[in-house]
Design a binder for this molecule. Structure first.
Ligand code: SAH
Length: 263
């Protein structure tokens, strides 16, 4: 018998729903919904900043799903150890291959279709808008957040993990990197950005940095908004913005400019 009526168990009335009561509640894997699985020693740091604003609203509305896998739950022994000293000596601790492997296997049990495994790593390929676009076209992603000196290399080889960096600096853990990459990716999913235009014309979408932006008041501290923007001449405005974009990119990011002009 099928019924849409809420099922009653004792005093509690339970209605099956796809809307989680909290952003991080375990919800069923939804076909066609982009999903992130994050392996971390600090699951409490999620959704973190992703719970705010557009990414948070989209999470609430089920436009994407986020789940964490706690490395500690896979730790060994009474103390659930997750790390050990580096083979060959040296400072710090390394996350164990067996522990990380078990957590990754748990995450991958949910993987379907195109679903890369990324390791947040300062040795990795620098993350960029193109990678965000590509990730948004996948069915989901598993992200491994390192801590201490990183993870045992064998687990990266075993799972065919891709190392990705958010820049040439070293943080204490991969959680901020994962949130940065997820933010950049989730905002590209259909229906997440309010104004579909804003993902088309922004920095990096066309290999250029964005032109300067202004809003009211028209005069502030003796500074006026450039006259062309107040002219109402859309052709002129478009040309001005393009010219600003190009000169900014040339001045600030000769590397981007070179890539663009040699193509
Ligand atoms: N010993 C490592 C650094 C470990 S930093 C090395 O020299 O390469 C600890 C963890 O923080 C890493 O495992 C990684 O998950 C994360 N992390 C640090 N800096 C990062 C960056 N720039 N991008 C992505 N993840 C980073």
């Amino acid at each position: 018998m099928t019924t849409s009526k809420p099922k009653s168990h004792g005093r509690k009335s339970i209605r099956p729903t796809l809307t989680p009561t909290s952003l991080m509640d375990e919800t069923p894997d939804l076909v066609g919904i982009w999903q992130a699985r994050v392996v971390t020693l600090f699951p409490d740091t999620f959704p973190g900043v992703l719970g705010a604003s557009l990414t948070g609203k989209a999470l609430q509305e089920g436009k994407w799903q986020l789940h964490t896998h706690d490395l500690r739950a896979h730790g060994v022994g009474k103390h659930r150890n997750v790390d050990d000293t580096p083979a060959g000596g040296g400072a710090g601790m390394v996350l164990r291959a067996d522990v990380v492997g078990a957590a990754l296997a748990e995450a991958q049990a949910h993987a379907r279709g195109r679903w890369p495994i990324l390791y947040m790593s300062p040795r990795g390929r620098p993350f960029d808008q193109g990678m965000a676009r590509d990730l948004a076209r996948c069915d989901g992603v598993t992200m491994l957040c390192g801590r201490f000196e990183g993870v045992d290399e064998r687990v990266l080889d075993e799972f065919g993990v891709t190392e990705v960096s958010i820049g040439d600096f070293v943080m204490t853990g991969g959680e901020i990197a994962a949130q940065a990459m997820l933010d950049a990716t989730v905002r590209l999913l259909p229906g997440v950005l309010g104004n579909a235009e804003s993902a088309v014309e922004e920095s990096h979408s066309n290999g250029l940095l964005e032109h300067p932006q202004y809003t009211r008041p028209a005069t502030w501290e003796g500074r006026d908004i450039p006259e062309v923007l107040m002219s109402g001449n859309h052709g002129k405005i478009k040309a001005w913005r393009q010219e600003q974009s190009e000169s900014l990119t040339q001045a600030r990011r000769p590397d981007l400019w070179a890539k663009r002009t040699t193509k």
